[in-house]
Write a protein that binds this ligand. Sequence first.
Ligand SMILES: Cc1ncc(COP(=O)(O)O)c(C=O)c1O
Length: 423
Amino acid sequence: MALRSQLLRTVYNGSQARQFSEARKERAGVTKLREVLEDRLQDIKKAKTWKHERIITSPQDRKVTVQGAKGEFLNFCANNYLGLSNHPEVVEAAREGLKKYGAGLSSVRFICGTQSIHKDLENRIAEFHGREDAILYGSCFDANAGLFESMLTPEDAVFSDTLNHASIIDGIRLCKAQKFRYPHRDLNELEHLLAHSEARIKLIVTDGVFSMDGTVAPLKGLRTLADKYRALLAVDDSHATGFFGETGRGTEEYCGVPGAADIICSTLGKAVSGAAGGYTTGPRELVTLLRNVSRPYLFSNAPPPPVVAASLKSLELVDRSSELRQRLQDNTRAFREGLQSAGLTVSGDQHPICPVMVEAPLAVELASGMLERGIYVVAFSYPVVPKGAARVRVQLSAAHTPEDVKRAVDAFATVGKDIGLVK
Ligand SMILES: Cc1ncc(COP(=O)(O)O)c(C=O)c1O
């Protein structure tokens, strides 16, 4: 009885919650913060860069339901390239991982956060890419944030494409190496920078595929320059791993230069399971160094077992058959050709990221018109993309049927006419 009343006393109830909020008087520091942030929020609104988040009430899939909207939407804006985010085998593997290994580790890797499946996945990733070793992170953002500071010192230099992902930019900011940026895919300018550098380690870093543009890095030329100037090449293959290239090995395979990268960083949050996680794979000594000094790895929890199990299953599916990759390629081709015959401009290379280019004021109108027709796509304009390069970014998936793709093409043609984009 005594124990029961003690337990009852420790239950947090509504009246205690009220007491907490009543006791919390506004403090001067918080009032100041509100004022400052209100100004900044207004600036974001004025700059028209406010992010409106739609709330999805279904699993991530070819079709989704959205809070406050009737019916289902065909989803053309996820990185669900292979359609594995809600694949029955992947979901089942995650469930099994949960049952066998629990919800999470309550620890970073080096204290007591490494389970056998973490090692299994790291070995599998290294084997998948044909590299010596691999290290897992909570995300690819973390992998990039933890790479440059760990491996480069002021004696070294890093050369980065201007359109590289934010996580590469931030990762480079954190390191003390000499920093150079070369114009997007400009090998001449890169060569000029490399030729004038006396740095000990020279590291060229590029996205394999650039996420806003669907453009592919010139890996062959980058490798040639790396060899000529004794440099290393690091590739972030987040928009390629698992589906780009004949066997899904990514941009190297697509460009016909397998093994071109010395270091690959990639994500487990896009084609491969779509859950979360990232990694770096490459020379054994580098991976060992990262395990010892890379801060996002050392000071952040181990990836949760269901997520690890889902990634293992996804890599198995990637290698089991080329069917999903073939479907994705067919969908990409049909969409690009369909839009071009409808008189719309799709930029980028033959990749499932398809930016439909429009004048800035029409980008939002185009995306809204598509949404009214049950197709979920997103508009991007300056400063997310350069001035004069507004677009609606479409992403194809292996989960889409040929009918889905046709529906999207027809809707683009109709809305394009409605808003005066095509004559
Ligand atoms: C090129 C690139 N690198 C890294 C990331 C970050 O991946 P993650 O979601 O695993 O942090 C993204 C995600 O948008 C990306 O496009």
